[in-house]
Design a protein around this ligand. Structure first.
Ligand code: CA
Ligand code: CA
Ligand code: CA
Ligand code: CA
Length: 310
């Protein structure tokens, strides 16, 4: 029994490998790992905000983020390949794709490259500062003689590069055979049935939609796509599209895609979207008359992939 100035006394059960020592002092707190159930013992440095608790148990692995050194703690789910490693350090930033991470570029300090330092994907969307006839101004700045959707993608990639965005950009545009829903890497595939799940954001960080599902759902966009690649507001922007809000080509008796975006004639027509809108008019203005392909309209450009690995 405990008497006088003894901290404890378990009689025959006293011992250096027990809770109570031969000298009737508590083993936990003496700075030596000993005694029943001691996983650690840092003496006066034991505590809930330290590595070792008051009870001489390790704080890392208890499922609670505590201790000066813990960035995370998922208990039994700590470990390699998981969000939190065995030392209660976040695996975000180790350049490996771990559980719960959308990407990991080693926390390179650049959120505009598509992978944030929080290991989430953030793809940029803009409306072009430039405008184009229905043939996408194929006679200008087109050294490889591209046409149609390929040329539209080049227009987007060029402006994205000028703005020092990294990653792959494509134009939100449909012809009679292809649309964003089958061209973009952000669209769902058999392997990736939800498609892109990160955020689509404007140059200034305003959120447009969460993931492909959010972008193509019936809900309105969270922000209109009315900033160009430099962050400048494009007022009353009209945008070549021929695409409906679910990312598919607009289907009509007569197709209005400027002859697969090869014509600048005022006798041929294309369907626009309106950059001021957040409802489906953003991509499908749906007026009675489409626009003549001699008009100068903008394009919507979407980041669809991270930069290629260095
Ligand atoms: Ca001890
Ligand atoms: Ca802990
Ligand atoms: Ca990682
Ligand atoms: Ca980054």
């Amino acid at each position: 029994m405990q008497e006088g100035d003894e901290d404890c006394d378990d009689g025959d059960d006293n011992g250096d490998d027990k809770t109570c020592s031969e000298n009737c002092t508590l083993n936990c707190g003496d700075g030596v790992v000993n005694g029943d159930g001691e996983a650690c013992d840092d003496g006066d440095d034991n505590g809930d905000d330290k590595t070792c608790s008051e009870n001489c148990t390790l704080n890392c692995g208890d499922g609670v983020v505590n201790g000066n050194e813990e960035e995370c703690d998922n208990g039994l789910d700590n470990g390699q390949g998981m969000a939190c490693d065995a030392d209660c350090k976040s695996n975000c930033g180790d350049s490996n794709l771990d559980d719960g991470e959308e990407c990991d570029d080693g926390k390179n300090g650049d959120d505009l490259d598509g992978c944030t330092d929080a290991c989430t994907l953030r793809f940029t969307v803009f409306v072009t500062s430039e405008d184009y006839r229905g043939d996408l101004n194929s006679a200008q700045d087109n050294p490889d003689g591209l046409s149609g959707l390929d040329l539209a993608d080049l227009r987007c990639q060029t402006l994205a590069n000028d703005a020092e965005f990294q990653g792959v950009f494509q134009a939100w545009l449909s012809d009679s055979t292809k649309s964003p829903s089958d061209r973009f890497k952000t669209a769902p595939t058999v392997e990736n049935p939800d498609g892109f799940v990160g955020s689509f954001q404007l140059q200034d960080g305003a959120l447009v939609a969460m993931g492909w599902t959010g972008l193509t759902s019936d809900s309105d966009l969270m922000s209109p796509i009315n900033l160009d690649q430099t962050g400048t507001l494009v007022k009353m922007g009209t945008v070549w599209s021929n695409t409906v809000a679910n990312g598919m080509a607009k289907v009509e008796m007569t197709e209005y895609n400027c002859n697969s975006w090869s014509s600048s004639s005022d006798m041929v027509f294309g369907r626009p979207g309106g950059a001021d809108y957040t409802d489906s008019k953003w991509t499908d203005f749906n007026a009675m008359f489409p626009n003549p392909c001699s008009n100068m309209l903008h394009l919507y450009c979407f980041q669809v992939a991270l930069p290629p690995a260095p």
